[in-house]
Write a protein that binds this ligand. Structure first.
Ligand code: 5GP
Ligand code: ZN
Length: 138
């Protein structure tokens, strides 16, 4: 299923042209229009799923396998020094396009970004740590 108002449905379906570096029946991989670094690419499923929670497990697995293949290819071709794989879910997590996508971001020495895509480190008390641990353990 696709969403007629979704830009990534239009791009993955070929309705809007894009710099496609890979395509198969289920995915299109494009260059990001506003890249963090040279070669920044996005893996888009052709079906519309807003986020990881909506993605069928099998397709999510295939997206990760594809990310691994492309990470290797991009590293070989671009001779980058590292590569981030990023996937945002929800506005609070930085998602701006609500069609699942994975970012492949080649990293270069002195590419102008922090070494790590950054977050501040929390100082949690033992109590807070125990509390979240008890909630999460399965
Ligand atoms: P998000 O913040 O949702 O994780 O990432 C959305 C990404 O999509 C951004 O990096 C943004 O630059 C990229 N983007 C948004 N609109 C377009 C577009 O029309 N074409 C391409 N190629 N990339 C887009
Ligand atoms: Zn869509």
């Amino acid at each position: 299923m696709t969403d007629t108002n979704c830009i990534f449905c239009k791009i993955s379906g070929g309705e809007i042209p894009s710099k496609t570096i890979y395509e198969d029946d289920e995915f299109r991989v494009i260059l990001d229009i506003s890249p963090a670094t040279k070669g920044h690419a996005l893996i888009l499923p052709k079906e519309h799923y807003a986020n990881i929670f909506e993605m069928p497990e099998q397709l999510a697995g295939k997206a990760m396998i594809l990310a691994k293949k492309l990470a290797k290819h991009m590293t070989n071709v671009l001779k980058c020094d590292g590569l981030n794989i990023v996937q945002n879910n929800g506005e609070m997590a930085g998602q701006t396009v609500f069609h699942f996508h994975m970012h492949l971001i080649p990293r270069y020495k002195q590419d102008g970004n922090e070494e790590k895509l950054c977050w501040n480190h929390l100082e949690l008390s033992q109590e807070e740590l125990d509390d979240v641990f008890e909630k999460l353990r399965q």
